[in-house]
Design a protein around this ligand. Structure first.
Ligand code: ZN
Ligand code: ZN
Length: 304
């Protein structure tokens, strides 16, 4: 990388350049790296939960290396397959798959994550999951007043049937619900949500230089607390590499292909020449590079 030309522009010049990059970016390629997380479903609480009106956006398979339920540590592999919750699109493992009738799937009993399973079960028990014309209570006459009371349903009730549109099938509730083996787990927090413990101010796809000098794909995040974390995949909740970069010096090299190499150096480096105090990563996407540069310049000591 050293043979590549160093970008020694003045602050004013590089600011102008950044503005141009940002303009181009907004016209030609709206921030590709951050788009998926904005579109991803956010965890719903049972309070404001509305039964699915729209198809869930599925989290792409490559966005996580482990199950996205908090407290489940299953690492995905050839054997540990990935599944998608049909209600919310979350990526989950075998143990976390349950089945439940999902509204957007015409109440078919389909794969759901543990959080959605218990939310849907709760709606069923309150009598608000199915429209009332789909609920039949056996052994009650049509005009009986209590036949309209669906406020305390149970999955195990033997006298309840769910009538599907074509009228040909009447299903027992317990045949529509199967609880996930892993139990009542909640989804991990979306890493970029504001109410997280740390607020990340810039993030995106990067290539991190290892000590041996080769580049590995990572999802980088930088927080207000000067934590620079690198994750194997965007939705992973624990970083593969973690650095505290308060007081580091930043220098940036722009390559001819438009990628930017960020080099973070601890000041002690100059006295001790300790290589482990140097962090080097490359940002390929120019719009993303502009954001990294803007943010790191404000927080670190900028060295052109
Ligand atoms: Zn779900
Ligand atoms: Zn799991």
């Amino acid at each position: 990388m050293h043979e590549l030309r160093q970008n020694k522009k003045t602050n004013v010049e590089s600011r102008q350049k950044l503005a141009t990059i940002r303009q181009q970016n907004s016209i030609e390629s709206p921030d590709v790296e951050n788009k998926s997380i904005l579109e991803a479903p956010t965890p719903t609480s049972s309070k404001n939960f509305v039964p699915g009106r729209y198809e869930a956006v599925w989290i792409p398979d490559n966005k996580a290396t482990k199950c996205l339920m908090a407290g489940c540590d299953t690492k995905f592999s050839m054997i540990q397959r990935k599944h998608h919750c049909r209600q919310c699109g979350w990526l989950i493992c075998d143990r976390c798959v349950g089945t439940a009738p999902v509204k957007i799937k015409n109440y078919d009993s389909v794969k759901v994550c543990p959080q959605c399973y218990y939310e849907i079960k709760d709606l069923f028990e309150k009598g608000v999951l199915f429209p009332s014309h789909m609920i039949r209570i056996l052994g009650l006459s049509e005009n009986s007043e209590s036949s309209q009371d669906f406020s305390r349903l149970s999955i195990d009730s033997s006298n309840i049937r769910i009538a599907y549109e074509d009228g040909s099938s009447l299903e027992k509730p317990k045949d529509l619900f199967r609880a996930p083996d892993s139990g009542k787990l909640m989804k991990i927090k979306n890493p970029l949500e504001k109410d997280g413990t740390e607020e990340y101010i810039v993030s995106g796809k990067v290539q991190l230089r290892t000590k041996k000098g080769y580049e590995i794909n990572r999802w980088g995040r930088f927080s207000r607390d000067y934590n620079l974390d690198f994750f194997e995949a965007e939705f992973d909740d624990s970083p593969a590499e973690k650095f505290f970069v308060y007081g580091y010096t930043l220098s940036v090299v722009e390559n001819e292909d438009g990628s930017h190499v960020f080099e973070l150096l601890h000041r002690n480096q100059f006295q001790t020449d300790r290589k482990e105090e140097k962090i080097i990563f490359k940002v390929l996407h120019s719009g993303s590079a502009a954001k990294w540069l803007d943010t790191l310049k404000d927080m670190l000591i900028y060295d052109g």
